[in-house]
Design a protein around this ligand. Structure first.
Ligand code: GDP
Ligand code: MG
Length: 164
């Protein structure tokens, strides 16, 4: 059957940008205001003969700062339940945050494939510098990505293809 791939991460890390990139659509609203994606978006994708359902989870908080950690915990738990594969996005420009730590700990509970993606790495120049703080998470493999400028996209999608 068709695997479900869920995009998980704090508001504003670039989930909807990646959703649109993968689905080649503009279904998900990209907005600089954190928490603007209020619904879930689903789309069926075929990536090199592998079909899957991509789910973009949105921020549902009116006040994302206050409720952020509890919201993102719920989002991560729901993804563990409902998805087969998780793309967990972080923001290489903002750097590592406590909410990222909290979610990574929750995601350790599952054996499902998880890709820990550091987005907004817009080219190779500052890649190592921007990735460095995230190694504190103790995750072996981090995926550098620019959902907006497509850097790292092919590498990530090839890896995703191996678990579809
Ligand atoms: P979401 O809340 O996680 O869905 O994030 P969005 O996809 O709505 O993106 C939030 C903001 O980050 C928007 O202003 C995007 O243009 C910007 N953004 C997304 N991906 C990238 C990226 O790879 N590089 C840069 N520089 N900005 C990005
Ligand atoms: Mg969004």
């Amino acid at each position: 059957s068709c695997p479900i791939v869920a995009l998980v991460g704090r508001p504003n890390v670039g989930k909807s940008t990646l959703f649109n990139r993968i689905t080649r659509s503009r279904k998900a609203l990209v907005d600089p205001t954190p928490g603007v994606t209020r619904d879930r978006h689903y789309d069926r994708v075929v990536w090199e003969d592998h079909p899957f359902i991509l789910v973009d989870t949105g921020g549902i908080d009116d006040n994302p700062d206050d409720a952020l950690v509890s919201h993102i915990r719920e989002q991560a738990l729901a993804a563990i339940d409902e998805a087969d594969i998780i793309l967990f996005l972080m923001d290489g420009r903002t750097g590592l945050t406590p909410a990222d730590h909290a979610v990574v700990d929750i995601l350790r509970r599952t054996d499902k494939p998880i890709f820990h993606v550091v987005n907004k790495i817009d080219g190779p120049e500052h890649e190592q510098e921007l990735l460095a703080p995230f190694y504190e998470l103790g995750i072996e493999r981090l995926w550098a990505l620019s959902a907006e400028h497509i850097y790292g996209f092919r590498t990530l999608m090839d890896a995703l293809g191996t678990v579809l």
